[in-house]
Design a protein. Structure first.
Ligand code: NAD
Length: 443
């Protein structure tokens, strides 16, 4: 089929490359010239495992095109996927300005009947709004059907998720349109759920709100464990054996970040305000997460007192491993709080430094490798559990830091290993190994 994808971000690019890989003729449009230039020369502006090789292959075979030209993109598409950003406004509501622009462009440029699928995460009622915008401006002889088709891919494994996702949701009341999309997705052999438009929109928000709730729940439990001398890892292991609970998504840490959970939980809370439904549970989830992101600096102050002029090595900037995305990452909160305390920060990340630099500029230093970041540091904070970070031998901290004090926000190291080294080590929801070591007379 002839498919157009609006937006060459994490969702749009992966969708474009994967649909081209399935044999469709795909045009991906974006408004950022820098991105389109890079893509036309076969380079990916974002990091996603497996993406760049798929882009190169489909670009050179002619299955995939990149453009900034809306006429070229929309005029003869059979299906248009909307994958533009839906960022949050200051009050937590969703900014739909990119959705409005794309809807208007589609209406203006289409020359055929077309199915418009919204992959962007949008509040309930938005697909009806898109339909209304297009209907009011499109040529009267053309038929356009807008479908809610929310995206569930995870950054860091987005290509894998496209081909092996848990489900595909198609929200439309139009049977023929639903079956065309079913045919499109059929080769993936992923369960397809057909719903009405509003339920499809809600499925996305409900999924993200539930996952965020799981994270805040286990983080709150981890703080409890610390206070009562239990180990959150043992607790989650025991918890996960219950089939009604399961083992997934129960890892304690310094909170969720990224471009989805923080934004989507706030959007749902905001929507609740409008329909007179205060979502107390979700409000608590967000508050717990904010607190959790502040834990490393709190622990640092409790351990070494004033952070003024202390050199801090921040290990990890991306909001999670295998991505270069730093949007709403815990690292950004940590940097802000460290700088407020007068600390001097040197950060290391295998991939996310360019994106972090766009936000943090020269307020911190950036190191090309972990050892350089740790050199002469008074304190190290682990913010992202990259393999490059979690497998660093513990004697590296011991040998490079001025004071080997490590605050591990992602519980990267087994406690029994830590106990072998003269490192002051604090983690999340696990017993204090420093006391245990003192008792054994190692310090
Ligand atoms: P992104 O910021 O990485 O990419 C959005 C792209 O849209 C940008 O490149 C931007 O230039 C482009 N754009 C803006 N206006 C445009 C226009 N008029 N025409 C063409 N392109 C335009 O965003 P993303 O992370 O890919 O997310 C996109 C949507 O998908 C959001 O609604 C997000 O909530 C949702 N989503 C994201 C993820 C994720 O993991 N990133 C997962 C599921 C759903």
């Amino acid at each position: 089929m002839k498919i157009t994808v609006a937006g060459a971000g994490y969702v749009g690019l992966v969708t474009s490359a994967c649909l081209a890989e399935l044999g469709h003729l795909v045009t991906c449009i974006d408004i950022q010239k820098e991105k389109i230039d890079m893509l036309q020369s076969g380079r990916s502006p974002i990091y996603e495992p497996g993406l760049e090789s798929m882009l190169e292959k489909n670009l050179s075979s002619g299955q995939l095109h990149f453009t900034m030209n809306p006429h070229h993109a929309y005029s003869d598409a059979e299906i248009i996927f909307i994958a533009v950003g839906t960022p949050e406004k200051h009050d937590g509501s969703v900014d739909l300005k990119y959705i409005h622009v794309v809807s208007n462009l589609i209406a203006y440029y289409i020359e055929n009947d077309v199915i418009v699928c919204t992959k962007s995460t949008v509040p309930v009622g938005t697909n009806e709004l898109i339909q209304a915008i297009i209907d009011s401006r499109k040529p009267p002889n053309l038929q356009v059907e807008v479908v809610a088709n929310p995206e569930f891919l995870r950054e860091g494994s987005a290509v894998l998720d496209f081909f092996h996702g848990d489900r595909i949701v198609i929200g439309t009341d139009h049977h023929k349109v639903a079956s065309i999309l079913e045919q499109l997705y059929l080769p993936l052999k992923i369960p397809i759920l057909k719903t009405d438009i509003r339920s499809a929109e809600m499925i996305k928000y409900a999924s993200n709100a539930f996952l965020a709730t799981k994270i805040s729940f286990i983080n709150e439990m981890s703080n409890f464990c610390e206070k009562v001398g239990a180990n959150i890892e043992e607790v989650t292991f025991g918890l996960g054996y219950d089939k009604r609970i399961g083992h997934d998504f129960l890892k304690a840490g310094i909170g969720f970040g990224g471009s989805c959970f923080p934004k989507d939980t706030k959007a749902l809370l905001h929507l609740g305000g409008h329909i007179n439904h205060p979502f107390d549970l979700l409000e608590a989830v967000i508050n717990v997460n904010n607190r959790q992101q502040s834990l490393p600096v709190l622990k640092a102050k409790e351990t070494i007192g004033s952070l003024k002029n202390k050199k801090v090595a921040l290990l990890g900037l991306a909001f999670k491993p295998n991505t270069d995305d730093v949007r709403n990452a815990a690292s950004l909160t940590i940097v802000k709080e460290l700088l407020e305390e007068g600390a001097v920060v040197t950060a290391y990340d295998p991939l996310a430094i360019p994106n972090a630099r766009r936000i943090l500029g020269n307020t911190i230093e950036y190191a090309d490798d972990i050892r350089a970041a740790l050199r002469d540091a008074h304190l190290a904070i682990i913010a992202t559990e990259w393999e490059q970070i979690k497998y660093v031998p513990l004697d590296v901290y011991q040998n490079h830091m001025r004071d080997p004090i490590v605050i591990d926000g992602r519980n990267c190291y087994p406690l029994h290993e830590i106990q072998k080294y003269p490192i002051t080590y604090l983690s999340i929801g696990r017993p204090d190994v420093n006391n245990a070591r003192q008792k054994k007379g190692w310090e």
